[in-house]
Design a protein around this ligand. Structure first.
Ligand SMILES: Nc1nc2c(ncn2[C@@H]2O[C@H](COP(=O)(O)OP(=O)(O)OP(=O)(O)O)[C@@H](O)[C@H]2O)c(=O)[nH]1
Length: 603
């Protein structure tokens, strides 16, 4: 592997292209065991790079007297003070708040007492009171709510104590019911994923023998009877004051949706190795904003942990880590697990900056830094049994912003409708129902779309009879939102996971043969023409045959090439540039689609 690695590092044109290629190759290390990695590094005479990572534990806000200068774009606004503004200035401030909220898709952070250049000047108590009063008036004017995230004393050149205050402003956009984030939950079997979700979403602690998890299953069974998916969804809401809204004080999902201004949908993925295909499907097709990797404090990195970490990295899903079950271990054991994680995160294949989060204050810093640089990896240590540090994770989840901004969202909404079919059900009295995500455009109740491709490459007409999100009715679905669509009497047997429902004007490109630039992450022997792998591209999952490896007759671990694949069963709808992942047994690889051989369908 090492010789190949260095070749990959040197290959490539521009600096960033070369760097990302080297990163891809190094990712091979992530998927291998620790022993393989250290052997590879030793052979290469390399050490994990120190210089590129900021000091770990940089979670503490340094007593620095400045922040980075205010950015024109984004949802963070610095204000030195807001004391008695004139009517004209007040109107200007309100317009500015609207813009910042738009940038943060409904959330903005105001730093009061800070100059535009980032200097932490601070305000006296009286000035701060007056400024917060103005901020409240501004928020009222735009229909937003404000929550003070934290107050800090600053050491500015003055005898009187001065403070800066950080305030979260939240307004649910008029066309939405709540702000929406999707978090995929990863981790080894028994690491405590379902238990943590049970505790977060039901509001009751676990007994260490699976009570919280049982609650969840009973509940799931009640509300999702008939659903056979091995991926389950759980919701955790926050109201405008940042308080948790979950099943502890709401009886139904509808009630939670009604009182929440922000909703986190957890996608609970299986931990066991034999369900890896489903786990990959969950990550590639449900478009999570973030992933939460749960690691048990007493076992550390075990089982599928490393593989799940590699998947999140390969699919570029920003992730944070929860070290669970700290009640079962002594402090040195917890520290050892955290150190082990930090070591892996700093490895060349990862290049992450670990950030241990142990106070509410750290959680605020972590959420903001994480949003600005997904290289930062917050690590929480908690217990679902004693409840230790559980509130810190909730603080983080409450203020965690989406990583795409309004502009990107708007652009996607302007495009033609494209809904990815991830689940298919038959619901009594409703008929055929499909679950999935609206990738682009807008989808309205009553809309006519086409679904396909069928086995012979056709698209079939259908009508969207009704739409539900989080089990509540919804008339309009917007790009990025997940939902279930009822299709009335449409024949279920004509549908399969991986299809798309698109606007009839779209004329989608479908293909059985496509090319992809790939990096072989791991292969026991050599990877040649004729090899069969399961390919995951977005919500498409199908066996494909390697028809050609351009310029080479075989590939070894760590090598890259452009490869031509042919789907085994039926054509699929693919797009150039889409990330791709393939596996078969121990063979794994990543890459992206570079070329399609479209099939032209008869009208
Ligand atoms: N003491 C203690 N036990 C825990 C904690 N979290 C989970 N457990 C226990 O660990 C066991 C496994 O937890 P699960 O939540 O089922 O683990 P999982 O990661 O969802 O496992 P899979 O769904 O099989 O991938 C259960 O018996 C839980 O009660 C914790 O923080 N402390």
């Amino acid at each position: 592997m090492p010789a190949v690695l260095s070749r990959c590092c040197r290959a490539g044109g521009g600096e960033s292209g070369g760097r990302s290629r080297a990163m891809e190759a190094r990712m091979a290390e992530l998927f291998c065991s620790g022993l393989e990695i250290s052997a590879a590094l030793k052979a290469k005479g390399k050490k994990a790079p120190k210089g590129r990572c900021r000091k770990s534990n940089n979670n503490r806000q340094s007593p620095a007297s400045s922040l980075p200068p205010e950015a024109e774009e984004g949802n963070i606004e610095y204000k030195l003070k807001l004391v008695n503004p004139s009517q004209y200035r007040f109107e200007h401030l309100v317009t500015q708040m609207k813009w910042r909220l738009q940038e943060g898709r409904g959330e903005a952070v105001y730093q009061i007492g800070v100059e535009d250049n980032g200097l932490l000047v601070g305000l006296s108590d009286e000035e701060m009171r007056a400024s917060l009063k103005t901020l409240r008036r501004m928020a009222e004017k735009v229909g937003a709510d404000i929550t003070v995230l934290r107050e800090r004393e600053v050491d500015y050149d003055s005898d009187i104590p001065r403070k800066i205050t950080e305030v979260l402003v939240r307004k649910v956009p008029d066309n939405q019911q709540f702000l929406d984030l999707r978090v995929a939950v990863l981790g080894n079997v028994d690491s405590g994923k379902s238990t943590l979700l049970g505790v977060l979403t039901q509001g009751e602690l676990d007994n260490g023998r699976g009570r919280a998890r049982l609650n969840l299953f009973r509940h799931l069974h009640e509300i999702q009877s008939g659903r056979t998916s091995s991926i389950s969804f759980e919701i955790l809401g926050f109201n405008s004051k940042g308080e948790v809204v979950n099943y502890s004080d709401s009886r139904t999902a509808e009630e939670i949706c009604e009182s929440a201004s922000k909703m986190i949908t957890f996608i609970d993925l299986a931990g066991h190795h034999k369900y890896l295909k489903t786990t990959i499907f969950g990550l590639t097709s449900y478009c999570p904003d973030f992933a939460m990797l749960v690691v048990s404090a007493n076992t550390g990195i075990a089982g599928t942990t490393r593989e799940h970490l590699g998947l999140a990295m390969a699919l570029k899903v920003p992730f944070f880590i929860v070290v669970s079950k700290v009640d079962l271990c002594s402090k040195p054991t917890v520290d050892r697990t955290v150190k082990q994680l930090e070591r892996v995160l700093k490895q060349p294949g990862c290049n992450k900056v670990p950030m241990l989060v142990s106070t509410d204050d750290d959680a605020v810093t972590a959420a903001q830094q994480f949003a600005q640089s997904p290289n930062i990896t917050p690590i929480f240590t908690l217990s679902s049994v004693s409840g230790e540090h559980l509130d810190i994770l909730k603080v983080f989840l409450n203020i965690l912003p989406p990583l795409t901004n309004c502009k990107e969202q708007e652009e996607l909404m302007q495009q033609l409708t494209e809904f990815q079919v991830d689940e298919i059900y038959t619901v009594p009295d409703v008929g055929t129902v499909v679950g999935g995500t609206l990738y682009s455009g807008i989808c309205r109740e009553g809309e006519r779309l086409v679904v396909g491709p069928t086995d012979n490459g056709k698209f079939l007409d259908l009508k969207v009879c009704s739409i539900q999100r989080n089990r509540s009715a919804c008339r309009v679905l917007r790009a990025g939102q997940a939902a279930t669509l009822a299709l009335g009497s449409f024949d279920r047997s004509l549908l399969r996971k991986g299809m798309v429902m698109v606007s009839p004007e779209m004329n989608p490109t479908i293909c059985s043969v496509f090319e992809a630039e790939i990096v072989l992450l791991f292969h026991a022997t050599t990877f040649r023409k004729g090899f069969q792998v399961t390919v995951h591209v977005g919500n498409v999952r199908q066996t494909a045959i390697v028809e050609e490896i351009y310029g080479k007759d075989k590939l070894r671990t760590g090598e890259k090439a452009v490869v031509r694949f042919r789907f085994f069963k039926h054509p699929e709808y693919l797009k150039i540039g889409t990330k791709l992942l393939f596996r078969e047994g121990v063979t794994k690889g990543i890459g992206h689609v570079t070329n399609l051989r479209p099939i032209t369908t008869p009208p």
